[in-house]
Design a protein around this ligand. Structure first.
Ligand SMILES: [Cu+2]
Length: 161
């Protein structure tokens, strides 16, 4: 009588879970962005995670080095949101809202670099090559900006390739 033992070698050795390095769980009542003194993003691979709900945008950083910057939009509320990145000389809280649309006039605000749209309860990311300067990040769905969804983002350093 033979009993054949099959040893099933399941090679899981190379399975790496690429878990996002920060879940950036926001603490209630702490709407202030953390200082960039510890764990400051490095040039070329900075990640700004933005926790969004009704009606806040809480960025992990408000200053990043020039070069590739990943905007990670995390929608923790009940509505869809978006993070529109605009190179602008204006302060984030001083943009013109068109009354007929309830949206910021992006052309008047500056040069739109890109945007990341995110559905409620999900996370989306986009990577942009940013030159030094002042930017505003807004949610430009109807009435979201005027409800408070914006912040200033400073891109520091010299122009990256
Ligand atoms: Cu929004």
């Amino acid at each position: 009588m033979y009993r054949k033992v099959l040893i099933l070698g399941v090679a899981l050795g190379s399975l790496f879970l690429l878990v996002g390095c920060s879940k950036a769980a926001p603490s209630a009542g702490n709407a202030v962005a953390p200082p960039a003194s510890s764990g400051a993003p490095s040039a070329g691979n900075a990640v700004v995670s933005i926790t969004m709900d009704e009606w806040h945008m809480k960025p992990s950083f408000t200053s990043v080095p020039a070069g590739k910057v990943t905007i990670m939009a995390i929608a923790t509320g009940v509505q869809d949101h978006e993070a529109v990145l605009i190179k602008s000389t204006k302060a984030a809280n001083s943009l013109v809202v068109k009354s007929e649309t309830g949206k910021v006039d992006e052309v008047a605000a500056g040069e739109t670099v890109g945007e990341v749209e995110v559905e409620a309860g999900t996370t989306e990311a986009g990577t942009f090559n940013l030159a030094p300067g002042h930017y505003v990040v807004i949610c430009n769905l109807k009435d979201h900006y005027k409800n408070g969804m914006s912040f200033d983002l400073t891109v520091t350093g010299t122009t990256a390739k």
